[in-house]
Design a protein. Structure first.
Length: 255
Protein backbone atom coordinates (compact mmCIF):
# COMPACT_ATOMS: atom_id res chain seq x y z
CA UNK A 1 0.00 0.00 0.00
CA UNK A 2 1.33 3.43 -0.94
CA UNK A 3 1.69 6.02 1.78
CA UNK A 4 -1.74 7.48 2.40
CA UNK A 5 -2.98 10.38 4.47
CA UNK A 6 -5.96 9.68 6.69
CA UNK A 7 -8.00 12.45 8.30
CA UNK A 8 -10.47 12.12 11.16
CA UNK A 9 -12.51 15.33 11.23
CA UNK A 10 -14.65 15.81 14.32
CA UNK A 11 -16.45 18.64 16.04
CA UNK A 12 -13.63 19.26 18.53
CA UNK A 13 -10.44 18.19 16.78
CA UNK A 14 -8.98 17.02 13.48
CA UNK A 15 -6.39 14.24 13.48
CA UNK A 16 -4.25 13.48 10.48
CA UNK A 17 -1.91 10.52 9.98
CA UNK A 18 0.39 9.15 7.32
CA UNK A 19 -0.24 5.40 6.99
CA UNK A 20 2.34 3.25 5.19
CA UNK A 21 0.20 0.11 5.08
CA UNK A 22 1.43 -1.24 8.40
CA UNK A 23 1.72 1.63 10.83
CA UNK A 24 1.44 5.37 11.41
CA UNK A 25 4.67 7.09 10.37
CA UNK A 26 3.56 10.68 11.02
CA UNK A 27 0.65 12.33 12.80
CA UNK A 28 -0.72 15.67 13.91
CA UNK A 29 -3.87 16.83 15.68
CA UNK A 30 -5.31 20.34 15.44
CA UNK A 31 -8.35 22.05 16.93
CA UNK A 32 -11.39 22.11 14.64
CA UNK A 33 -11.66 25.69 13.33
CA UNK A 34 -14.64 27.94 14.06
CA UNK A 35 -15.21 29.25 10.53
CA UNK A 36 -15.35 27.75 7.03
CA UNK A 37 -12.46 29.94 5.83
CA UNK A 38 -10.23 28.74 8.68
CA UNK A 39 -11.40 25.17 8.12
CA UNK A 40 -10.30 25.14 4.48
CA UNK A 41 -7.06 26.98 5.23
CA UNK A 42 -6.06 24.79 8.18
CA UNK A 43 -6.84 21.57 6.31
CA UNK A 44 -4.36 22.69 3.68
CA UNK A 45 -1.71 23.42 6.29
CA UNK A 46 -2.33 20.08 8.00
CA UNK A 47 -1.94 17.94 4.89
CA UNK A 48 1.10 19.91 3.74
CA UNK A 49 2.75 19.18 7.09
CA UNK A 50 1.88 15.49 6.81
CA UNK A 51 3.21 15.30 3.26
CA UNK A 52 6.50 16.95 4.12
CA UNK A 53 8.85 16.13 1.26
CA UNK A 54 6.93 13.00 0.25
CA UNK A 55 4.76 12.99 -2.86
CA UNK A 56 1.68 11.53 -1.24
CA UNK A 57 -1.14 11.57 -3.77
CA UNK A 58 -3.94 9.72 -2.00
CA UNK A 59 -6.04 10.70 0.97
CA UNK A 60 -8.98 9.26 2.90
CA UNK A 61 -11.27 11.45 4.98
CA UNK A 62 -13.60 10.47 7.77
CA UNK A 63 -15.90 13.28 8.81
CA UNK A 64 -18.63 13.59 11.41
CA UNK A 65 -22.00 14.06 9.76
CA UNK A 66 -23.90 12.97 6.67
CA UNK A 67 -21.36 11.99 4.02
CA UNK A 68 -22.14 11.13 0.41
CA UNK A 69 -19.37 8.60 -0.21
CA UNK A 70 -19.83 8.44 -3.97
CA UNK A 71 -19.50 12.18 -4.53
CA UNK A 72 -17.23 12.87 -1.53
CA UNK A 73 -19.70 15.47 -0.32
CA UNK A 74 -20.55 16.35 3.28
CA UNK A 75 -24.24 17.21 3.26
CA UNK A 76 -24.24 18.43 6.87
CA UNK A 77 -22.24 18.06 10.06
CA UNK A 78 -24.32 18.66 13.22
CA UNK A 79 -21.33 19.62 15.38
CA UNK A 80 -19.60 21.70 12.68
CA UNK A 81 -22.49 23.97 11.79
CA UNK A 82 -20.84 25.88 8.94
CA UNK A 83 -20.41 22.66 6.92
CA UNK A 84 -23.21 22.26 4.36
CA UNK A 85 -22.79 20.55 0.99
CA UNK A 86 -19.02 20.75 1.43
CA UNK A 87 -17.08 19.08 -1.38
CA UNK A 88 -14.16 17.07 -0.04
CA UNK A 89 -13.39 16.10 -3.64
CA UNK A 90 -12.90 19.74 -4.64
CA UNK A 91 -11.01 20.68 -1.47
CA UNK A 92 -8.40 17.95 -1.80
CA UNK A 93 -8.17 17.89 -5.58
CA UNK A 94 -7.10 21.54 -5.35
CA UNK A 95 -4.41 20.43 -2.90
CA UNK A 96 -2.99 18.03 -5.49
CA UNK A 97 -4.42 14.68 -4.45
CA UNK A 98 -5.22 12.23 -7.25
CA UNK A 99 -7.06 9.57 -5.22
CA UNK A 100 -9.64 10.72 -2.71
CA UNK A 101 -12.05 8.65 -0.61
CA UNK A 102 -14.48 9.72 2.10
CA UNK A 103 -16.89 8.29 4.63
CA UNK A 104 -18.57 9.11 7.90
CA UNK A 105 -16.08 9.24 10.80
CA UNK A 106 -17.76 6.37 12.65
CA UNK A 107 -17.59 4.25 9.50
CA UNK A 108 -13.84 4.87 9.29
CA UNK A 109 -13.41 4.09 12.98
CA UNK A 110 -15.17 0.74 12.65
CA UNK A 111 -13.29 -0.10 9.43
CA UNK A 112 -10.01 0.16 11.34
CA UNK A 113 -11.39 -1.91 14.21
CA UNK A 114 -12.62 -4.65 11.85
CA UNK A 115 -9.37 -4.83 9.92
CA UNK A 116 -6.88 -4.40 12.75
CA UNK A 117 -8.59 -3.89 16.11
CA UNK A 118 -11.10 -5.19 18.61
CA UNK A 119 -13.70 -6.23 16.01
CA UNK A 120 -11.31 -8.33 13.92
CA UNK A 121 -12.51 -11.73 15.29
CA UNK A 122 -16.19 -10.88 14.65
CA UNK A 123 -18.41 -10.84 11.57
CA UNK A 124 -21.22 -8.72 13.01
CA UNK A 125 -20.04 -5.54 14.69
CA UNK A 126 -21.38 -2.14 15.74
CA UNK A 127 -19.00 0.77 16.28
CA UNK A 128 -20.03 3.65 18.52
CA UNK A 129 -18.17 6.91 19.05
CA UNK A 130 -18.73 8.90 22.24
CA UNK A 131 -16.91 12.16 21.61
CA UNK A 132 -18.31 15.58 20.77
CA UNK A 133 -21.51 13.72 19.87
CA UNK A 134 -22.65 10.13 19.39
CA UNK A 135 -21.95 8.36 16.10
CA UNK A 136 -22.41 4.82 14.89
CA UNK A 137 -21.49 2.37 12.14
CA UNK A 138 -22.32 -1.25 11.27
CA UNK A 139 -20.41 -4.18 9.76
CA UNK A 140 -22.32 -7.35 8.85
CA UNK A 141 -20.71 -10.48 7.42
CA UNK A 142 -17.48 -8.50 7.33
CA UNK A 143 -18.91 -5.77 5.12
CA UNK A 144 -19.93 -2.21 6.01
CA UNK A 145 -23.64 -1.44 5.96
CA UNK A 146 -24.80 2.17 5.53
CA UNK A 147 -28.21 1.73 3.90
CA UNK A 148 -29.72 2.73 0.55
CA UNK A 149 -28.32 6.27 0.53
CA UNK A 150 -25.18 5.59 2.61
CA UNK A 151 -26.60 7.65 5.47
CA UNK A 152 -27.30 4.87 7.98
CA UNK A 153 -25.63 4.64 11.35
CA UNK A 154 -26.78 8.00 12.72
CA UNK A 155 -27.62 6.47 16.08
CA UNK A 156 -27.20 9.80 17.86
CA UNK A 157 -30.57 10.83 16.45
CA UNK A 158 -32.40 8.00 18.21
CA UNK A 159 -34.49 8.65 21.32
CA UNK A 160 -33.20 6.55 24.20
CA UNK A 161 -34.62 8.52 27.13
CA UNK A 162 -35.47 12.10 28.00
CA UNK A 163 -37.10 14.68 25.77
CA UNK A 164 -34.44 14.90 23.05
CA UNK A 165 -32.07 12.74 20.99
CA UNK A 166 -29.46 10.33 22.33
CA UNK A 167 -26.75 12.79 21.29
CA UNK A 168 -28.35 15.76 23.06
CA UNK A 169 -29.04 13.78 26.24
CA UNK A 170 -25.53 12.32 26.13
CA UNK A 171 -23.97 15.78 25.80
CA UNK A 172 -25.97 17.05 28.76
CA UNK A 173 -24.98 14.09 30.95
CA UNK A 174 -21.35 14.27 29.82
CA UNK A 175 -21.07 17.97 30.60
CA UNK A 176 -22.64 17.44 34.03
CA UNK A 177 -20.44 14.37 34.59
CA UNK A 178 -23.57 12.42 35.46
CA UNK A 179 -22.24 8.92 34.83
CA UNK A 180 -25.33 7.22 36.24
CA UNK A 181 -27.49 8.95 33.63
CA UNK A 182 -24.87 8.27 30.96
CA UNK A 183 -25.02 4.56 31.82
CA UNK A 184 -28.83 4.55 31.54
CA UNK A 185 -28.79 6.26 28.14
CA UNK A 186 -26.06 3.97 26.82
CA UNK A 187 -27.80 0.82 28.06
CA UNK A 188 -31.06 1.97 26.44
CA UNK A 189 -29.31 2.65 23.14
CA UNK A 190 -27.41 -0.63 23.09
CA UNK A 191 -30.56 -2.58 24.02
CA UNK A 192 -32.39 -1.08 21.04
CA UNK A 193 -29.49 -1.88 18.71
CA UNK A 194 -29.31 -5.48 19.96
CA UNK A 195 -33.01 -6.01 19.22
CA UNK A 196 -32.70 -4.57 15.71
CA UNK A 197 -29.22 -5.67 14.60
CA UNK A 198 -28.21 -8.64 16.80
CA UNK A 199 -24.46 -7.83 16.74
CA UNK A 200 -21.71 -9.96 18.25
CA UNK A 201 -19.76 -6.98 19.54
CA UNK A 202 -19.97 -3.27 20.26
CA UNK A 203 -16.65 -1.45 19.87
CA UNK A 204 -16.60 1.94 21.57
CA UNK A 205 -14.31 4.84 20.74
CA UNK A 206 -14.11 8.58 21.29
CA UNK A 207 -12.62 10.48 24.20
CA UNK A 208 -15.46 9.84 26.65
CA UNK A 209 -15.56 6.07 26.08
CA UNK A 210 -11.79 5.69 26.19
CA UNK A 211 -11.06 8.00 29.12
CA UNK A 212 -14.25 7.68 31.19
CA UNK A 213 -15.64 4.29 30.17
CA UNK A 214 -14.73 2.69 33.47
CA UNK A 215 -17.14 5.04 35.22
CA UNK A 216 -20.28 3.98 33.37
CA UNK A 217 -19.73 0.89 31.20
CA UNK A 218 -19.81 -1.71 34.02
CA UNK A 219 -23.36 -0.56 34.81
CA UNK A 220 -24.24 -0.68 31.10
CA UNK A 221 -23.09 -4.31 30.80
CA UNK A 222 -25.00 -5.32 33.92
CA UNK A 223 -28.21 -3.60 32.78
CA UNK A 224 -27.99 -5.01 29.25
CA UNK A 225 -27.53 -8.55 30.53
CA UNK A 226 -30.53 -8.13 32.85
CA UNK A 227 -32.83 -6.96 30.04
CA UNK A 228 -31.99 -9.51 27.36
CA UNK A 229 -33.88 -12.78 27.10
CA UNK A 230 -32.21 -15.93 28.39
CA UNK A 231 -31.54 -17.24 24.89
CA UNK A 232 -30.25 -13.91 23.56
CA UNK A 233 -26.51 -13.60 23.24
CA UNK A 234 -25.07 -10.70 25.24
CA UNK A 235 -22.72 -8.89 22.86
CA UNK A 236 -19.18 -8.07 23.87
CA UNK A 237 -18.69 -4.41 24.78
CA UNK A 238 -15.08 -3.46 24.04
CA UNK A 239 -13.09 -0.24 24.13
CA UNK A 240 -10.88 0.65 21.17
CA UNK A 241 -7.16 0.17 21.75
CA UNK A 242 -6.03 1.45 18.35
CA UNK A 243 -4.10 4.69 18.17
CA UNK A 244 -6.08 7.18 16.05
CA UNK A 245 -8.47 4.52 14.78
CA UNK A 246 -10.65 7.01 12.88
CA UNK A 247 -7.77 8.45 10.89
CA UNK A 248 -6.28 5.02 10.20
CA UNK A 249 -9.70 3.80 9.03
CA UNK A 250 -9.91 6.80 6.70
CA UNK A 251 -6.56 5.86 5.15
CA UNK A 252 -7.78 2.26 4.81
CA UNK A 253 -10.62 3.47 2.56
CA UNK A 254 -7.96 3.38 -0.17
CA UNK A 255 -6.68 -0.11 0.63
Amino acid sequence: MKKTIGLDIGGTKITGVVWDGKSIVKELTIVTPKTLFEFRHNLGKLVNFLRGRDRIEQIGIGMAGFVDKKNKLVLASPNIRYIKNFSLQKQFKELGFKKIAADNDAGCFLRAEVLAGEAKPFKHAVGLIFGTGVGGAFFFDGRPYRGAENLGGEVGRLFVGGSSSWEAEYQKSRDQRDFKRLAQLTANGLFMLVQILNPEVFVLGGGVAIKEGGKFLPAVKKDLKRRLLDKQRVPEILISKLNNAGAVGAALLLK
